[in-house]
Write a protein that binds this ligand. Structure first.
Ligand code: NAP
Length: 456
């Protein structure tokens, strides 16, 4: 390729930033430094690290340090507050770039089609996470009800753990984190004393990771209580434990909790196995309970219903049954799996042919599973394919780097830049420093305020 390769990456979460890193370090004969523009709907970079990782997980947020080093590369530019689909579409990007990589992740809750799921007091975990992480596009207030002392969490993945922990901790415990002031004020209204977490299968089939499960008991205000009903390890479970060390570790931690006497802490997280949610029960439009069907393991890692049902008096239900990606305009979409159909990252049309110059990486490519680190190998695979397609990539109308900036300006799009993020970052750190409780950071929440500070 004789011209400089220009690539747009849509999404500035870890998947997008890792892809930019690999691309700009690529050594291909005849190919100079690749130029990358990352386009992001949020005014800020880092996607789910800022708006997905729980505030009491600062260790995971440390990944930002590595991502910042990547973004300081002059070959990579950041355009925040630009929404793919609303502000621009694929044909617009094609004017400026040889290739487009979508790394838009998954930000919505997967639907759970059971009666009562739309009652007041029934929530999606993603919405709650966005609220406590201070995402600009959600309401500032969470609907905590003063009588909601007992709540249900559906799903036994790490998101289920995150929201159970945040619900069971006190607002004061979370004040040391970067939660925005409105979240701290909101959490003071959280009346939760008992969180009941429901697994539809057995202990060897949970999706928790051992460290996160162990950490659940580190709060002095929380007792973790594993209930013995349904705590069964059949042949399929033993097989799963033998096959994966992490699964064995998780079962060990659960067994420790099972054997432990509660300490009398004021809040409790209960974990129940072999209970499949079948209905959210309501009265006057609000949640008053959850009905589950008792299940039994069938020897293969799956379960079957027993026909026995249980009603649990709970005043709120949070479903943490997985995320789901947005259907991106101009791209094919697999509604069953919530991903863009692709072969190793090359986007495929419905007829199986490749959509030229269009790639995916991260959760939009392989579904909403896996830890942040997994997106690295994923990005490497996508970039390998992109580089092997170099000769067939169609040249954009313009190869001038600043043409895209002018295009956004001409459309009146108030985009934020990397320098703008550094300004906002410094501002948030400053708010933390001068806060009466001396906090590391206080997040700015309203979008217009973030944009104003970034563009100052
Ligand atoms: P997940 O790990 O896929 O867990 C989803 C859970 O929902 C599973 O237990 C699943 O049970 C259950 N579920 C699905 N459909 C259900 C239904 N109809 N009824 C009842 N239960 C249902 O998803 P996630 O928790 O959203 O996490 C996504 C990824 O992010 C994971 O890789 C996770 O490790 C990662 N993450 C990591 C952290 C961290 O702190 N390290 C924090 C958050 C997220 P089945 O297995 O039976 O389907």
């Amino acid at each position: 390729m004789s011209r400089q390769l220009r690539v747009a990456i849509v999404g500035a979460g870890p998947a997008g930033v890792y892809a930019a890193d690999i691309l700009t370090k690529a050594e291909v004969e005849g190919l100079g430094q690749v130029s990358v523009d990352i386009i992001e709907r949020d005014p800020t970079p880092f996607g789910l690290i800022r708006y997905g990782v729980a505030p009491d997980h600062p260790r995971i947020k440390e990944i930002v340090k590595a991502l910042k080093r990547v973004m300081s590369n002059d070959a990579i530019r950041f355009f925040g507050n630009v929404s793919y689909g609303d502000d621009l579409k694929l044909e617009d990007l094609r004017q400026f770039y040889d290739a487009v990589i979508f790394a838009t992740g998954a930000r919505r809750d997967r639907d759970l089609d059971i009666p009562g799921i739309d009652l007041d007091g029934s929530y999606g975990a993603a919405d709650f996470v966005y609220w406590y992480d201070g995402h600009p596009d959600v309401d500032r207030d969470w609907d905590f009800q003063p009588h909601a002392e007992t709540v249900a969490v559906l799903g036994v993945g790490n998101v289920g753990l995150d929201i159970s922990r945040i619900l069971a901790k006190t607002a004061e415990e979370l004040l040391v984190t970067e939660i925005p002031d409105n979240v701290y004020e909101g959490l003071k209204k959280n009346a939760t004393k008992d969180v009941h977490v429901f697994a539809r299968r057995g202990p060897a089939q949970v999706k928790f990771t051992p460290m996160e499960l162990r950490e659940l008991s580190h709060s002095p205000t929380i007792d973790v209580i594993v209930h013995p009903e349904g705590f069964e390890l059949d042949e399929g479970s033993l097989e799963a434990i033998r096959a994966a060390k992490s699964q064995k570790l998780v079962v060990d931690v659960l067994q420790n909790y099972l054997a432990k006497e509660p300490s009398g802490a004021p809040h409790r997280i209960h974990i129940h196995f072999c209970q499949s949610p079948v209905e959210v029960l309501g009265e006057d439009g609000r949640v008053v309970g959850l009905r589950t069907e008792v299940t039994e393991l069938d020897g293969t890692g799956n379960v079957r219903g027993t026909g026995e049902f249980k009603d649990w008096p709970v005043q709120a239900v949070y479903r943490a049954i997985g995320y789901y990606s947005d259907n991106l305009p101009g791209l094919p979409f697999d509604v069953n799996n919530g991903v863009v159909p692709n072969d190793g990252g090359r986007v495929l049309e419905i007829d199986g042919s490749a959509l030229p110059g269009v790639y995916v990486t991260g959760w939009i490519k392989r579904g909403p599973v896996g830890l942040i680190g997994h997106t690295k190998s994923d990005a490497a695979q996508t970039i390998d394919l992109l580089l092997s397609d170099l000769d067939s990539l169609e040249a954009p109308e313009t190869t001038e780097r600043e043409a895209f900036d002018r295009y956004l300006d001409s459309r009146g799009i108030a985009y934020t830049t990397w320098e703008g993020w550094e300004r906002l970052d410094a501002h948030e750190l400053g708010l933390g420093e001068t806060h009466e409780h001396q906090r590391e950071r206080v997040k700015v929440v309203p979008r217009d305020e973030m944009v104003r500070i970034s563009r100052a």
